[in-house]
Design a protein around this ligand. Structure first.
Ligand code: PEP
Ligand code: MN
Length: 263
């Protein structure tokens, strides 16, 4: 169902008035994790100022160590909802288990399925049975074919609104947190009719690479870019190394706009 052979036109997904998949890049910025109302609101204000329509932030955080911050859970969803109303933004947030899905739907606009859950087939099927758009991330070590099959799980349950997100894969290279597989973007666009985004934060794990990799994503035809922004990354409860503070984010976005004008 996700194949280009089944449907030749691009799927376009409307989230809070933002059309994802038209060819013009959409942007998803926001903190790694929801930590407090004030923290999310500070980022939301700068997103709104730029005329952008979407915000991200994790309420349920899949962490490598069980002793690391696991997210605020339902409290985090409530913060996201309050901030999104106040600033007029659509909310993208990760759900990690089917058990949380039903009640989460009242708080969010897009269900994110994270890299670690790309082959959580019960979660894929449960998200497929909802009518919310799903942002599906590529698994840590998933082939493109496995990624496409994961999207098929969602669509097979009736949900056609799926955004694919390349977020880097594990290789032997240690210079970056993961290896951004930029060629996955045109391959996914050829093989499927779905919008394809690039998460530059989790793929690189390096603040200094966010701008060049965002440019690469746009140049190669991605439908959008995701990156993390935190009012003070030095005290962030997750991903301190890779989130942009707000002045850095402002400069990053300005450079990106200049870059896009060349197209
Ligand atoms: C995230 O976007 O918050 C996240 C945990 O990313 P990934 O699933 O790509 O690691
Ligand atoms: Mn993160």
């Amino acid at each position: 169902l996700v194949s280009r052979k089944e449907k030749s036109e691009d799927t376009v997904i409307n989230v809070n008035g933002e059309l994802i998949g038209t060819g013009a890049p959409s942007f998803v910025f926001g903190p790694c994790a929801v930590e407090s109302y004030e923290q999310v609101a500070a980022v939301a204000a700068t997103i709104q100022e730029k005329g952008l329509k979407l915000i991200r932030g994790g309420a349920y955080k899949p962490r490598t160590s069980p002793y690391d911050f696991q997210g605020l859970g339902l409290e985090g969803l409530k913060i996201l909802k309050d901030v999104s109303k106040e600033y007029g933004l659509g909310v993208i947030t990760e759900i990690v288990t089917p058990a949380d899905l039903d009640h989460a739907l009242d708080y969010i606009d897009v269900i994110q399925i994270g890299a670690r859950n790309m082959q959580n087939f019960e979660l894929l099927k449960a998200a497929g049975a909802t009518n919310k758009p799903v942002l599906l991330k590529r698994g840590l070590a998933a082939t493109i074919d496995e990624f496409i099959h994961a999207a098929e799980y969602i669509m097979s349950k009736g949900n056609e609104n799926i955004i694919l997100c390349e977020r880097g894969i594990r290789t032997y290279e240690k210079a970056t947190r993961n290896t951004l597989d930029i060629s996955a973007v045109p391959i996914l666009k050829q093989e499927t009719h779905l919008p394809v985004m690039v998460d530059v934060t989790h793929s690189t794990g390096r603040r200094d690479l966010l701008l060049p990799c965002s440019k690469a994503a746009i140049a190669i035809g991605a439908d959008g870019v995701m990156a993390e922004v935190h009012p003070d990354p030095s005290v962030a409860l997750s991903d301190q190394q890779q989130q942009m503070d707000i002045p850095t984010f402002n400069a990053y976005y300005e450079e990106l706009l200049k870059f896009m004008k060349q197209y």
